[in-house]
Design a binder for this molecule. Structure first.
Ligand SMILES: *Cc1c(COP(=O)(O)O)cnc(C)c1O
Length: 405
């Protein structure tokens, strides 16, 4: 039994307090709950040096997480993801520094593993036996894998046009998997309406409080790898916004316990011109996403969230961090992904390539200065997204004309 430093949970809108170590969904106000810590005690219990002797994995940050019993940890290989230099992007865009944190190395090939690893460990700790979620692909894949490992039954609902490889991966990893002719919001409604009858725990984005906590490890890792001094700007592809919320939360926790040198970064929420409800609200100076995005046209699946339930929390991060919200075009993303893959040998996912396009736009707009140190997130392995077909064929019985290869 490990001590945790959780003091309570809190409604992100009303501030109403909820007890730790209990099963929670949304608050009574229907809003996301945030886990709060006794940061004083946490700061005294662990030092930066203590981390050095721990394994290079997710659970090295356990004091910042709410899990009590290590017996409930489910491990599939949660490595610390590398931060890669991008020399050719650097030449092209000329910032002080351009680094890419490659989250495609995590189990199930995306950073969704971080939030789900913790949510499933907590579910196990709190006695949950069945979980369900709507997904655009990667969250469902992570849920299926971790739940199978933890002996928790799972039901996953995907929009029909989710890439095949993701859908098949989810089913292959043991989830009961269903295609829905609609958007993720339609899938979410199916989970919401079925959970009573089916006894499901709803693992939807921000409808349970622990995925945020797991995703904090991304910010903890970045801070540690970066020498406890953060970059000037972080670009993150934003759908539900868990990552942006989680990183900002943990940066503030770290600041509170005195581990960070220098100012916090400006946070950029990258969305699409074909689904950008947060960017639209930000541009209009609003504090809430009041209108769902009507006509979702983008094929960048990670950002296809027309009505993010944590919209206000994401907007808060943008305002508090002096951040911004670039919206990128699908064609530019396809082009950038292909170019980076061919030039740098780095196969980004479309969501990661969207950050590169956003960086280009914001260098041109002047929001990113020539000496800014920038970190982009590649949120999944490029292998999870479709690639252009290849048609070069050779016949073994015929002579090869090497001059035309
Ligand atoms: C889910 C997802 C995102 C968006 O993350 P949020 O935390 O929901 O904003 C970005 N990229 C990929 C590959 C994803 O799977």
């Amino acid at each position: 039994m490990t001590k945790t430093f959780v003091s309570h949970l809190e409604c992100s809108y009303t501030g109403k307090v909820y007890p730790a170590d209990q099963l929670h969904g949304l608050s009574e106000a229907g809003k996301p709950l945030l886990v709060k810590y006794d940061l004083d005690a946490l700061g005294k219990a662990i030092s930066k040096d203590d981390l050095k002797s721990r394994l290079p994995e997710f659970w090295r940050y356990r004091e910042f997480l709410p899990l009590r019993k290590s017996a409930n940890v489910v491990r599939l290989g949660e490595v610390m993801t590398p931060i890669l230099a991008a020399p050719k992007l650097q030449v092209r865009y000329g910032c002080g520094e351009i680094l890419i944190k490659d989250e495609g190395r995590l189990p199930t090939g995306s950073f969704k593993a971080r939030g789900i690893a913790l949510a499933v460990a907590m579910a196990k700790e709190l006695g949950i036996t069945t979980m369900a979620m709507p997904t655009n692909g990667n969250a469902g894949a992570a849920l299926a894998a971790y739940c199978s490992a933890a002996d928790i039954e799972t039901y996953v609902f995907c929009p029909e046009d989710t890439p095949r490889v993701n859908i098949e991966e989810i089913a292959f990893q043991g989830a009961k998997t269903f295609l829905v002719n609609g958007y993720i919001t339609d899938c979410g409604r199916i989970v919401g309406e079925g959970k009573q009858a089916m006894g499901w725990f709803d693992a939807s984005t921000l409808k349970e409080p622990y995925r945020i906590e797991g995703k904090k490890t991304m910010g903890l890792e970045l801070a540690e790898q970066y020498g406890w001094q953060l970059p000037d700007v972080i670009f993150f592809p934003t759908g539900g916004g868990v990552c942006l919320i989680a990183m900002w939360k943990v940066f503030n926790e770290l600041k509170d316990i005195g581990w960070l040198k220098g100012p916090l970064p400006r946070m950029a929420a990258v969305q699409s011109t074909g689904c950008g409800p947060i960017v639209r609200a930000f541009e209009a100076g609003e504090r809430e996403v009041t209108e769902p995005w009507e006509n979702v046209t983008t094929q960048i699946h990670g950002v296809r969230v027309p009505n993010p339930i944590g919209g206000r929390l994401v907007l808060d991060v943008l305002y508090e961090s002096n951040g911004f919200g670039p919206a990128v075009d699908d064609d530019a993303v396809t082009e950038a992904r292909a170019r980076i893959c061919a030039e740098e040998g780095f196969h980004m996912c479309p969501e990661g390539a969207a950050c590169v396009v956003a960086l280009e736009m914001e260098r041109a707009s002047g929001r990113i200065k020539a000496d800014d140190r920038v970190v982009l997130f590649n949120t999944a392995s490029g292998l999870k997204s479709p690639m252009p077909p290849l048609e070069n064929r050779l016949e073994p019985g015929q002579a090869v004309d090497y001059s035309v290869l």
